[in-house]
Design a binder for this molecule. Structure first.
Ligand code: PHE
Length: 454
């Protein structure tokens, strides 16, 4: 791989494949598993899936490419990358704010993402102990409620998960992030195929019911709310607007083709989301349960299915390992931008930087844990600490950073050079221009306005 004009000291991905798996690892996360399938079922089946697919390609993919492109130009953490690239294009250093909000966003998100990653890890153990055998809805809800009230155990699993995240990140870009994803992503793929296979094999007629729920096109359910939800999810699912992809781009060699890599990442992300639905909903329907979204689906509904079917214990263990891998390949990407910043700004070295940042995030995670129990009444605008952090980051900070990135890319950077760098023919470049200068900014403003109302 050529090093171009890069500083020698800066790390790099060892191969395009490693980079692609790391980016896909960041993209594939809890959103694919507990959010997308339910959204699809509720908001129009294949009408929603197709809309989502369109947004992933015309909105998500160009921003993904821009974040990588800017990161690769800057070769530094997102804040200094934005600053340097802005100055080299003849603009103000204030563009660093796009990087600042992004890095801050990833820092804040990890504090609660790690708590949920801890739940997933604990559920591997619960499934292995046979806790779910023969349970009904009341029992699993009780198990989950008790778990959320138990500060000691939440803290233990948050600590375990954060430690695992920090351990991988401390090893560095090649030996940590890249190797971790090279090991976990194929594992994740195999587990998903096993889960899908089982769902098809064991759920009988419920499999068709699940496909019906997920795919029957219902264009009337695809209202404004659904369209904006698809847009927002395309954004979240590709881990955009939080400095992650910019940081990942900073470790990228000049010879990697950004467009084709982005296309693969988008496809992988969508395929995992759709297959997750095919793995989950047949079990839900076969057990006569109601589909739900979010934590309720994964930690309350699914355990009932696992507890009442043949081979359910093993399947439950595999499912929660799958969930933990998906969360871990995303959490390491959330830690990276801040660690890169501290590593470059100070002389503490990568390991110390990782430890310092991880302890800060871990401590903030404790506030999230307490918001489920002792601090449940501490509210900002009617939301507890956990929900406030989620709202602030995904509904406000993320779109703002995304908007900043696309405006910068479309109006502040020399377009000819972008065309060359992306190897676009004039025809495709015209489309790129229309998307980045008009369509995407309008779409992000719509996400922002919509998000503020919900
Ligand atoms: N992209 C991840 C998902 O779909 C979530 C995520 C968001 C991960 C932001 C990292 C950063 O679940």
């Amino acid at each position: 791989m050529s090093t171009g004009t890069m500083k020698k000291s800066h790390s790099q991905w060892s191969s395009r494949m490693g980079f692609m798996l790391a980016a896909a690892g960041s993209a594939v996360g809890l959103g694919n598993i507990w959010k997308f399938p339910y959204m699809a079922g509720q908001m129009g089946g294949s009408a929603f899936v197709l809309t989502y697919l369109l947004f992933m390609f015309i909105i998500g993919m160009p921003i993904l490419v821009l974040e990588w492109l800017i990161g690769r130009r800057g070769q530094k953490n997102p804040i200094h990358t934005m600053e340097d690239v802005a100055v080299s294009e003849g603009h103000s250093k204030s563009w660093r704010w796009v990087g600042i909000i992004g890095v801050l966003g990833s820092f804040l998100i990890l504090s609660f993402y790690s708590v949920i990653g801890g739940w997933a890890t604990d559920y591997i153990v619960l499934a292995a102990k046979g806790t779910f055998e023969g349970v009904n809805g009341k029992t699993t809800a009780l198990i989950f409620d008790n778990f959320k009230a138990d500060v000691g155990s939440l803290l233990t699993w948050h600590t375990v998960f954060m430690f695992a995240t920090a351990f991988i990140v401390a090893l560095g870009v090649g030996a940590g992030l890249e190797r971790g994803c090279k090991l976990m992503m194929p594992g994740l793929g195999i587990l998903l195929l096993v889960l899908v296979g089982y769902a098809i094999y064991a759920s009988g007629h419920a499999f068709y019911k699940a496909c019906d729920f997920l795919f029957t096109p219902n264009w009337s359910a695809l209202n404004g709310t659904a369209i904006l939800a698809a847009l927002g999810h395309a954004f979240f699912s590709l881990s955009l607007g939080m400095g992650i992809m910019m940081a990942y781009g900073s470790y990228l060699g000049k010879d990697v083709d950004l467009l084709s890599t982005a296309r693969t990442v988008v496809i992988l992300d969508v395929v995992v989301a759709v297959l997750s639905g095919i793995a989950i909903f047949p079990l839900v329907f076969a057990n006569g349960l109601e589909p739900a979204a979010g934590p309720g689906l994964i930690f309350v509904t699914l355990p009932i299915a696992f507890g009442n079917m043949i081979g359910g214990t093993v399947l439950g263990i595999l499912f929660f390992i799958f969930l933990t891998f998906a969360a871990l390949t995303s959490s390491i990407s959330l830690l990276e931008p801040t660690v890169e910043l501290l590593e470059e700004k100070t002389h503490m070295g990568r390991k110390t930087a990782t430890i310092v940042i991880s302890i800060l995030i871990w401590a903030l995670g404790i506030a999230c844990i307490l918001s489920f129990n002792k601090w449940a009444d501490v509210k900002f605008f009617d939301k507890n600490i956990f929900d406030s952090l989620d709202y602030l980051t995904s509904k406000i900070m993320l779109p703002i950073t995304g908007l900043g990135t696309v405006i910068f890319g479309a109006y502040m950077m020399k377009q000819k050079r972008i065309q060359e760098e992306l190897n676009l023919t004039n025809f495709w470049f015209k489309i790129w221009r229309v998307l980045t200068s008009i369509v995407i900014p309008i779409a992000i403003v719509a996400i922002l306005v919509f998000g503020l109302q919900h």
